[in-house]
Design a protein around this ligand. Structure first.
Ligand code: SF4
Length: 349
């Protein structure tokens, strides 16, 4: 079987080149072509001799995702539907950071489908199809980078932040996610400070990321301040209840100026009361945190949650602020193309 070069770390790529009788400088040439120039094939690598390119073609592949569809929202958010080699599909979402500037945050998927089953999420309804390989995760970044730099916005445009908040629970695909993180940071040169891995609360994964993973930002999709409510909307809470989750967050090592982001999808009449806000304040006490309040997006008629009332959102925010927490109300982006939080794969299933 041919070797997928995007699956390899720098050390492995070095070994691979050595084994093929190539001088060490070839490694950096290949890395530059794959990760900086986003070459989609060996034929694009024009400073490699034709013979060497032919040799590579015989033993290795440059993986690529096939783009099935790109949708653009009224607010500039773009959603990419990719097909994997085995026919599974995944989505990535590109969000402009601020109007008129060509800086983007890219939200990527770590699994095709998801087994975690959060009740407010369309991806959770699909169940898990399979874990993504590191190369399939990296390829989302490379393909979208190529898209914005070459096809649409010109060389000045760039992805400034990457969030693992697309389809799947990243910490349930720990090894491939970490491998992809090492390549995105080490080989592509993306700053660890600008990458966030978001989890529904897989406690052993949080601990493993703390001690063996690269030093990226952690986000926790919390969404409730009591086990009763969290059990109802996030089945993962039965396995990793709030006391265990909060303990792991308290013990998560944070370098100066870093904080854990707690995502809180506000569901009308379920978790949006002032009493919920008070409980949340208590729960997060002692954690360097920031809270993102995400008013629920109506997804699909089969999911029966209501969006929160505007005055409840503001009251909730005020309660957290009064207690000294940093709180942002995140307006959903791309809801008209089902690209908003919890909507991925909503329109294909
Ligand atoms: S919110 Fe995330 S973890 Fe939960 S079901 Fe959806 S994709 Fe999975």
């Amino acid at each position: 079987m041919k070797t997928d070069l995007k699956q390899l770390s720098k050390a492995e790529l070095t070994g691979f080149m050595e084994h093929s009788g190539q001088p060490p400088y070839r490694v950096n040439q290949i890395i530059k072509w794959i990760y900086k120039k986003t070459a989609a094939s060996f034929d694009k690598m024009t400073d490699l001799s034709k013979d060497f390119r032919e040799e590579l073609k015989a033993i290795a592949v440059i993986s690529n995702l096939s783009l099935l569809q790109r949708q653009v929202s009224e607010d500039g958010t773009q959603k990419f539907l990719f097909e994997l080699k085995d026919g599974e599909t995944i989505e990535s979402v590109l969000m402009p950071n601020s109007k008129g500037r060509e800086r983007f945050t890219l939200c990527i998927s770590s699994q095709a489908g998801c087994a975690t089953g959060c009740k407010f999420c369309m991806t959770g309804r699909l169940g898990l199809k399979r874990n993504l390989k590191a190369s399939e995760i990296v390829d989302q970044v490379i393909t979208v980078k190529r898209h914005i730099e070459t096809w649409v916005h010109g060389p000045e445009a760039s992805i400034t932040n990457i969030v693992f908040m697309g389809m799947g629970e990243p910490l349930n695909n720990f090894n491939e996610v970490v491998r992809s993180l090492r390549n995105i940071t080490g080989l592509m040169g993306f700053s660890k400070r600008r990458i966030t891995v978001s989890t529904a609360g897989i406690v052993p994964g949080i601990r493993k990321l703390a001690y063996t993973g690269p030093d990226v930002n952690l986000a926790v999709s919390l969404n409730a301040a009591t086990d009763r409510i969290r059990d109802e909307i996030m089945p993962v809470n039965k396995k990793y209840p709030l006391n265990k989750l909060i303990k792991a967050c308290k013990e998560f090592p944070l370098s100066p100026n870093r904080r854990i982001t707690f995502e809180y999808v506000m569901l009308g009449g379920i978790n949006d009361s002032t009493a919920d806000a008070d409980r949340l304040v208590k729960l997060l006490s002692g954690i360097k945190s920031k809270v993102n309040l995400i008013p629920y997006n109506p997804l699909h008629k089969s999911i029966e949650f209501n969006p929160p009332l505007e005055n409840k959102i503001l009251r909730f925010q005020k309660t957290l602020r009064k207690a000294g927490l940093t709180v942002i109300i995140r307006k959903s982006k791309g809801s008209d193309i089902s690209a908003a939080c919890g909507q991925l794969k909503a329109s294909y299933s």
